[in-house]
Write a protein that binds this ligand. Sequence first.
Ligand code: PMP
Length: 456
Amino acid sequence: KDFVLMQGFENDLNQKLQHMKTDMNARRWAVRCGAPHLALRPLSPPRLSPPRERLQDYLAQLTLNSVATLAYKVGKQVISLAEGMPNEEMFPFARLQLRTKTGKELVLEGSELAAALQYMPSQGYPALVSELRSLQRALHRAPTAHDVLVTNGAQHAIYQCVDMLVEPGDPVLLSEYTYTGALSVLRPYDPELILIPEDESGIVPETLESVLESRLARGLKMPKLLYVVPTGSNPTGLVIPEHRKKQIYELACRYDFLILEDDPYMFFNFTGVRTPSFLSLDVCGRVLRLDSASKALSAGLRLGWLTAPAPLVARAELHSQAELLHPSTLSQAIILRVLSDRAELAEHAARARHFYLERRDALGEALQVLRDLADWTTPQAGMFYWLRVRGVDDVYDMVFHRAFSRGLMLVPGQAFMFDSARRCSHLRLTFSKLPLHLMPEAALQLRDVILEEHKL
Ligand code: PMP
């Protein structure tokens, strides 16, 4: 409840929050009953005159949609004394002007600026929601009825999905090394983690299958969810090719688990092959896809979008409503402008890919001084090298004492392990921000640090 107060919500939201939790629990039951993607009942359609016993639903709809949107949905003109919104005429801003690096003007003023400064439906700024629906259709052509929810970045969407789907003790499938932010979301839910090793093409389907088969044979609880970063995995930099995605998707259908596809590095794929997403393979509504504006557009705008079977999106929308009402409308208005110029977006993505490719290659070249001390494969996408230091079975001291004391910052592999007390000989090296001219020095310093570690 503290977070509700921190967001400055009205007191009566606590009451609505109770309702949301109850609703979330109802959904959890549906999930527990077996096929979550099929079992979710649709939310009741919006109506203006609810029966008294549905008052809670009505209040939920109000916060979710605003009275005007609700009235629009049910096709009525209203004089509203209901909306708890400030009047945007009293906001001090008259015009917002941004210029892109290619010289394109992005101006928000008048009614458009007023909308960008106002509360919005929790699903997102309606114009952005419809733009995202069309973008997702164009990029992924998901064969089933998916819908979109705008989120505060992919991180927020991971949290929402885990909170919706994972109960304490639930088995969850992860790759052996997993994005720290996903691990920190999962930890409080106390899941049983099933770690699947990766080869140079990501999660190994044969191992996944034998793990699932053996759980089934032993009568163990089957996993509900696989969390996977298919393009430029953080930390391993791997890309899962199409044939392997198909194998994994088939296993998801056979063993009935959902796939949480977290794909923030989609635009930084250096393989030259555009691999279809898990979402584009989804024939029975079991893929929840997370996209992010952070890596290619702006991390500080805090915007991402969840694309998932419509009933799940509706539940996640309730989640957003109780948690934060909605992500920043201003950020949504800006991203809407950027996404709606598809040609410009494609050009920008190509420039960004080229920029990161150059950095990847520069660091790769600099790392040659470590050839006799470490092993790595060139990352196929994303922003990271994943390097195994030979002869060092635990990099912890090396990172936190020897490297830090020289001013060399590294991330130890433990950061990507659920059990961070385990030993790990990997390092994650980020090539996105370090200026090109510092890369050789970084590699030489790392060489000294490893040699020092060997001497001890
Ligand atoms: N998923 C992965 C795999 C990431 O690497 C990151 C950012 N480090 C995120 C999600 C979080 O992205 P966002 O900024 O959209 O919340």
